[in-house]
Design a protein around this ligand. Structure first.
Ligand code: PEP
Ligand code: MG
Length: 297
């Protein structure tokens, strides 16, 4: 009877040939959690924090952010919660932010903006450091191009943690991973030794590979036609990832028709739109881990 389907004990999913697959959700509005039973999923694979922090005022409000992140962690009841730091720019803007170059998909956005505007990033880092004592929090960095960007944010977390240490404020440094959504990062994934995990953002990866804007309806066919190129890049990046955990949180993972090819490249953790959980769960059950259709399906 849960609005998003599934049975209360279906947090674990297996392919037809018995290979375990992690199924987590993408969270936009935190209020969506009211309609999802945490026992049916393996946690939150992507919380887009820009839906909770929508203005420059919110971005400066550590206590407000802390309350939201804690609420999400409490909902998850100990399961992993991956909160992505503000991915401002391109298709997602922050009200009141003056940064003209951020509106371009290839502009001053995501982690570039976080590094350039540390007053925004430090508030979020502090809220996340404090929230991390309330559950299994992981922090994800958006639009990473180079390892130095991961290092810069990690350093920021260390510095803020040291301040908390001095003031005896309870906190915890969470694992820090990254979105893989810029082709230059995907091609060099073996260089990102300081990232604790990777998650493929195929919405952006597809638009950069095909040089076709993700929000252009006229160019929708480019995404489809460029899919073999995207899958080749994913396959190469999977090999470069080595032992670092990998997931996919782009919308491609929410489309049951794409699951055979995503399983075939080796993906075993899918973070999907909550409404797609039942469809994805049954699609996985009907496929073998190599992406082939199970006998009798
Ligand atoms: C992506 O780019 O695939 C992604 C998951 O992030 P967003 O859609 O928020 O850009
Ligand atoms: Mg993206």
């Amino acid at each position: 009877s849960w609005r998003n389907g599934g049975t209360p004990d279906s947090g674990e999913v297996r392919t037809a040939d018995g290979v375990p697959v992690r199924l987590t959700i993408n969270l936009n509005e935190p209020a969506e959690l009211d309609f999802i039973d945490p026992s049916t999923v393996a946690g939150i694979g992507l919380m887009r924090s820009e839906f909770a922090v929508t203005s420059i005022t919110d971005a400066a409000n550590e206590e407000m952010q802390l309350a939201i992140y804690r609420h999400v962690l409490e909902w998850a009841a100990g399961k992993p919660v991956t909160i992505r730091m503000l991915d401002i720019g391109g298709d997602k803007m922050l009200a009141g932010l003056e940064e003209p170059d951020s509106q371009s998909a290839m502009g001053m956005r995501g982690i570039r903006l976080l590094v350039a505007r540390p007053e925004i990033a430090r508030v979020q880092a502090r809220a996340l450091l404090r929230a991390a004592t309330s559950g299994d929090l992981r922090v994800m960095l958006p639009m990473v191009t180079f390892p130095s960007e991961v290092d810069a944010m990690r350093q920021m977390f260390r510095e803020e943690a040291a301040q908390f240490q001095r003031r005896s404020v309870p906190h915890h440094i969470p694992p820090i991973g990254m979105m893989v959504e810029v082709p230059a990062a995907a091609l060099m994934l073996d260089e990102f030794a300081t990232a604790d995990f990777f998650s493929f953002g195929t919405n952006d990866l597809a638009q950069y590979i095909a040089a076709a804007a993700r929000d252009s309806s006229d160019l929708a066919a480019y995404g489809d036609k460029a899919r073999p190129a995207l899958l080749r890049l994913l396959s190469q990046a999977m090999k470069l990832a080595g032992a670092t955990p990998v997931s996919i949180c782009g919308d491609m993972a929410s489309d049951p028709r794409r699951l055979p090819e995503l399983l075939a490249v080796g993906l075993r953790h899918f973070s999907v739109a909550p409404t797609q959980l039942p469809a994805i769960r049954s699609a996985i059950a009907g496929l073998n881990a190599d992406g082939t259709r199970a006998a009798g399906e």
